[in-house]
Design a protein around this ligand. Structure first.
Ligand code: MN
Length: 242
C-alpha cells in the first residue's frame, strides 16, 4: 500500500511583508519518520484547492500556532490573546469538523487540540497564567526538545495509551491557553499535575487525538512521541482510500 498523504496545517506570518505560510520543520520530519507523506495546507488555499486536497488526504495533523479568535467560543478577547488569523481559524475548523464527520485520522497538536475542542463546541482558558490559580509554568523557555512538566494518562482503552505505551509522560510545554469546557463527545485522556487538560480523544472515531504538548520536538528523544505519529500513520494507511 502506498505511503499515506498526511495534511499539515501552517501558520500565517503577516506582521512584516511579504505574508508567508510557515511551519516548523519538525512536524514534516516527524510525519516522514513515521512513514507518512507530508502535504502542507496553508490558509491561503481557496475552497476549490482545499476540497481537491481533502479528497486525497488520508490523515491530518493540526499544528501549533497563535490563538483562536475567542468569539468562536462566545467570549471577548483577553488582553494577552495574540496572533489571531481568521483565515487559519476558518480552514482548521473546517478541517477538524470534516475529519470528525468523515472518520479521517487526526492528530491535533497544541493549538490543534484547542481547534478540535472549539470545533466541537468547547471553550478555552484564554490565558492560563492569569486565569488558572496555581497553574504550572506552561510556557517554557527551555529548548523545545526538553520536557519541563509531567502529564498523567488515562490507561487501557485510549489511543494515547496505546500509541505511547505509557501512563505518565514528561512533556514540553509552549501554551498560554488550554481546553476549558470540553467539546461535545470528547473525552479527557491526559492531565498536567495542576489539573489542566493536556490530552483529549473522540470515542467512536477511528483516530482523533489531541495533545497540548509538542511531540514533534520530542521525536528522537522519546519513543512515546514518535509513537503518536506512528499510530496516526498506521491508521491512515489502513484506511487508505486508494
Ligand atoms: Mn503544558
Amino acid at each position: 500500500m502506498p505511503a499515506p498523504l498526511i495534511g499539515l496545517t501552517t501558520s500565517v506570518l503577516s506582521g512584516r511583508p511579504p505574508e508567508r505560510a510557515a511551519l516548523n520543520a519538525a512536524y514534516i520530519t516527524a510525519v516522514q519518520g513515521a512513514g507518512g507523506v507530508p502535504v502542507l495546507l496553508p490558509p491561503h488555499l481557496d475552497a476549490g484547492a482545499r476540497d481537491a486536497l481533502w479528497e486525497r488526504l488520508e490523515g491530518l495533523v493540526l499544528t501549533g500556532g497563535g490563538d483562536l479568535d475567542p468569539a468562536l467560543y462566545g467570549e471577548t478577547p483577553h488582553p494577552t490573546v495574540a496572533d489571531v488569523s481568521s483565515a487559519r481559524d476558518a480552514l482548521e475548523l473546517w478541517l477538524a469538523r470534516r475529519a470528525v464527520e468523515d472518520g479521517l485520522p487526526l492528530l491535533a497538536i497544541c493549538r490543534g487540540i484547542q481547534v478540535l475542542n472549539v470545533a466541537l463546541g468547547g471553550s478555552l482558558w484564554q490565558d492560563v497564567p492569569s486565569q488558572v490559580p496555581g497553574a504550572l509554568n506552561h510556557h517554557q523557555t527551555a529548548p523545545r526538545s526538553e520536557p519541563t512538566h509531567r502529564v498523567k494518562l488515562l490507561g487501557e482503552g485510549t489511543l494515547l495509551h496505546a500509541a505511547s505505551r505509557a501512563r505518565e509522560l514528561a512533556v514540553n510545554s509552549f501554551h498560554h491557553q488550554a481546553v476549558k469546557r470540553l467539546g461535545e463527545g470528547l473525552r479527557e485522556v491526559a492531565w498536567a499535575e495542576d489539573g489542566l487538560i493536556e490530552g483529549v480523544e473522540l470515542p467512536g472515531h477511528p483516530f482523533a487525538l489531541g495533545v497540548q504538548w509538542h511531540p514533534e520536538d520530542l521525536v528522537g528523544h522519546d519513543p512515546a512521541a514518535h509513537g503518536l505519529f506512528a499510530a496516526l500513520v498506521e491508521v491512515a494507511r489502513a484506511r487508505s482510500r486508494r
